[in-house]
Design a protein. Structure first.
Length: 195
C-alpha cells in the first residue's frame, strides 16, 4: 500500500570474518540480495517467499522499496541478513551507504487479477509538469477517481478525490512527487516535478 512494506528473507552465507575484495563469490550462498550476480544479470525475487506475511496480498503488490545493504564487515557499517550474518561483498564500501547501482526493476510471470485498463497518455492528464512551486496543477481523470500524492521519501502528502467533472487541482511546494491514480477501471502511477 506504499506505507507498509515486507522484507524478503535475505541470506548471506558467505564467511564474514575476512573482508572480500574484488573477487568472485559463490552465488548459491546468497539469496534475496540484489547484486548477487555480476553486472548484466538480474537478481530474481519470488513473492512466494512472502506469501505467509500477515497483511500482505502477494497478488496485489503495487510498490517496491529497495534498501541499501552495506557490504562491509566493519562493525560500524555492516548490514546483516535474516540470520544475523554480516553481508560480505567483494566490492566493499566501508561507510554508511554503499550506493548500490540499480539499473531496472521488472516483473516476470505477473498476473493482474483486477485487470487494469489503460486510460491513455498519463503525461497529457497532468499539467503543467514540470510545474512551478505554488502553481495550480491540473489532473484530468474521471469523476470519483482518487489520487494519492507521495513525496520522494515515499511519505503520503495528500489524498485527492475527483468530484468536479473529473478535474483535480492542487498546489505543491518544490520537489519531486509520485502520484498513485486510481479510477473505477484502472490504476497507474505518474511522476510530477515542481520547481
Amino acid at each position: 500500500d506504499g506505507i507498509n512494506f515486507f522484507r524478503f528473507p535475505a541470506v548471506s552465507d558467505i564467511e564474514d570474518t575476512t573482508q572480500l575484495v574484488m573477487q568472485g563469490i559463490d552465488c548459491s550462498l546468497v539469496n534475496n540480495l540484489a547484486g548477487k550476480y555480476v553486472a548484466g544479470y538480474g537478481t530474481p525475487f519470488d513473492l512466494e517467499d512472502l506469501k505467509n506475511q500477515f497483511g500482505l496480498d502477494v497478488n496485489d503488490v503495487r510498490y517496491v522499496r529497495v534498501i541499501d545493504a552495506v557490504g562491509s564487515i566493519n562493525d560500524l557499517y555492516a548490514s546483516h541478513d535474516i540470520n544475523g550474518h554480516k553481508v560480505n561483498d567483494p566490492w566493499p564500501t566501508p561507510f554508511a551507504s554503499s550506493g548500490f547501482d540499480l539499473d531496472a526493476v521488472g516483473v516476470i510471470n505477473g498476473t493482474s487479477p483486477n485487470a487494469i485498463a489503460n486510460i491513455g497518455d498519463v503525461d497529457s492528464k497532468i499539467y503543467p509538469n514540470p510545474a512551478v512551486a505554488g502553481q495550480t496543477i491540473h489532473i484530468d481523470i474521471p469523476t470519483g477517481s482518487k489520487v494519492d500524492v507521495f513525496n520522494i521519501s515515499g511519505q503520503l502528502i495528500t489524498e485527492l478525490l475527483s468530484t468536479n467533472n473529473g478535474q483535480l487541482t492542487t498546489k505543491l511546494p518544490e520537489g519531486i512527487y509520485f502520484l498513485n491514480i486510481e479510477t473505477a477501471s484502472s490504476h497507474f502511477n505518474a511522476k510530477l516535478v515542481v520547481e
